[in-house]
Write a protein that binds this ligand. Structure first.
Ligand code: 6PG
Length: 482
């Protein structure tokens, strides 16, 4: 046995990860794919990588030094279970099986428990950064046991992206913690993309600027506090011209957004945990809405605002700056909501997740990498018990500087009939959190009226019920008030 690490599944992500591993000092990489063809292709195309190819699971296991460590890079779902079963047959106690796919964290919890019975370690690791990241340095979010981290840590550190001298990988927490955090990463990714989409749409329809001109705006934004991978690639996409028609590519792409499920998982999980991730939810729903052509066609004749909306030439720069601020503010909300979900998940599942470390490993390699993640790490370092990220001094100040612009943008979008669900729901969330009094009091009254669900009072302890169908006096009740 000569290989210290193996990769199972040699589609693009697996191949790139294997090449990344092989290119780092100290690694010898064993490779295996269900059909040998892909293995041969990888060998042929990358002779420089010095892979150790295996054609059976037994050969694969024999090629690995102990503790054997293998990263599975197959499409999430049933395929993953099949590979895990095959590996547990040929691996021994103490060995490590890593699932690097986008698995649902509850599947990871289940698999970890089952594999643990055999004495083998199972690690669910979120890997972000797409094909390019897998090859040159992704952000990696591994869960699993402390024991597995001892062997796996140095290997993952060798291939992860580096941000300010630190590898973008940390042991997130036990069992499904890594995939949970990757799931929330993707939820934030959805929100970020939707917000950027809304910003583009408002600027385009309000100012009449071309996609190429808007690309320049995004490039400029990318030099400021919004600096991020997603802003950067947005400019690239907007600048792209379709070879066939000569039109901006964005105008010939069908406007129906796909989704592979991680955004929906983030929202489903948040609903179960009772965490309002409204910006992320709107982003998921906006994709669903876009992908309903029949409903959209049926509704296309419904009336919009009676007056057409354009931004006067003299106001265009100010409008663009307003949109930039609305985007920044909404982005802060999306991250704040995402971190709330991580905190709630950690509590629910008993994970010791260091929020500042998560922000730190998202600074490089991953799809949501952004300049302001440093500020998140700092915020949690300054106050580990921070109850809401958007209340940390840096973000509170940013919101103070943006909220007026944010309101103007949401108002104008509503008046112009331009959908901005993520902008507006983020603003509603912000106003909801900071409100002195919420109409939740009325809801409690309604609940008490029709179901005797009881309520609490602002002025004294206890749980109360009004005798609505009687003489409407209030009685103290033994219930919980919720
Ligand atoms: C990443 C990405 C990656 C995946 C997207 C696409 O972090 O590298 O998130 O995992 O390509 O999640 O997801 P959708 O197809 O659902 O947009």
């Amino acid at each position: 046995a000569t290989a210290n690490i193996g990769v199972v599944g040699l589609a693009v992500m697996g191949s790139n990860l294997a090449r990344n591993l092989a290119s780092r000092e100290g690694n010898t990489v064993s490779i295996f794919n269900r059909s040998y063809e892909k293995t041969q292709t990888l060998l042929d195309e990358h002779p420089e990588a010095e892979f150790v190819p295996a054609s059976t699971y037994a050969e694969f296991a024999a090629s690995l030094t102990t503790p054997r460590t293998a990263i599975i890079m197959v499409q999430a779902g049933k395929g993953t279970d099949a590979v895990i079963d095959a590996l547990t047959e040929v691996f021994e106690p103490g060995d490590i099986i890593v699932d690097g796919g986008n698995a649902l964290f509850t599947d990871t919890i289940r698999r970890e428990k089952a594999v643990r019975e055999t004495g083998i370690n199972f690690v669910g690791a979120g890997i972000s950064g797409g094909e390019e990241g897998a090859l040159n340095g992704p952000s990696i979010m591994p869960g699993g046991s402390d024991e597995s981290w001892v062997t796996l840590g140095p290997i993952l550190k060798s291939i992860a992206a580096v941000a300010e001298g630190e590898p973008c990988v940390t042991h997130v927490g036990h069992d499904g913690a890594g995939h949970f955090v990757k799931m929330v990463h993707n939820g934030i990714e959805y929100a970020d993309m939707q917000l950027i989409g809304e910003a583009y749409d408002l600027i385009r329809r309000g100012t009449g600027k071309s996609p190429a001109e808007i690309a320049d705006i995004f490039s400029e934004w990318n030099r400021g506090e919004l600096e991020s991978y997603l802003i950067e690639i947005t400019a690239e996409v907007l600048r792209q011209v379709d070879a066939e028609t000569g039109e901006p590519l964005v105008d010939v792409i069908l406007d129906q957004a796909g989704a592979k499920g991680t955004g929906a998982w983030t929202v489903q999980t948040a609903l179960d945990l009772g965490i309002p991730v409204s910006g992320i939810a709107e982003a998921v729903f906006a994709r669903s809405l876009s992908s309903k052509p029949a409903q959209r066609a049926a509704a296309s004749d419904l009336p919009g605002p009676s007056e057409a909306w354009t931004v006067a030439d003299a106001d265009k720069d100010a409008f663009v700056e307003d949109v930039r601020r609305a985007l920044y503010a909404s982005k802060i909300v999306a991250y704040s909501q995402g971190f709330d979900e991580i905190v709630a998940g950690a509590e629910q599942y008993g994970w010791d997740i260091k929020k500042g470390d998560i922000a730190a490993i998202w600074r490089g390699g991953c799809i949501i990498r952004a300049r302001f993640l440093n500020r998140i790490t700092e915020a949690y370092a300054a106050d580990p018990g921070l109850v809401a990220l958007l209340t940390a001094p840096y973000f509170a100040e940013a919101l103070t500087g943006t909220q007026e612009a944010w309101r103007r943008v949401v108002v104008v979008a509503a008046q112009a009939g331009i959908p901005s669900p993520a902008f507006s729901s983020s603003l509603a969330y912000y106003d909801g959190l900071r409100a002195d009094r919420l109409p939740a009091a009325l809801i409690q009254g309604q609940r008490d009226f029709f179901g005797a669900h009881t309520y609490k009072r602002v002025d004294k302890d206890g749980t109360f019920h009004t005798l609505w169908s009687g003489d409407r006096t209030e009685i103290e009740s033994a219930g919980s008030g919720h």
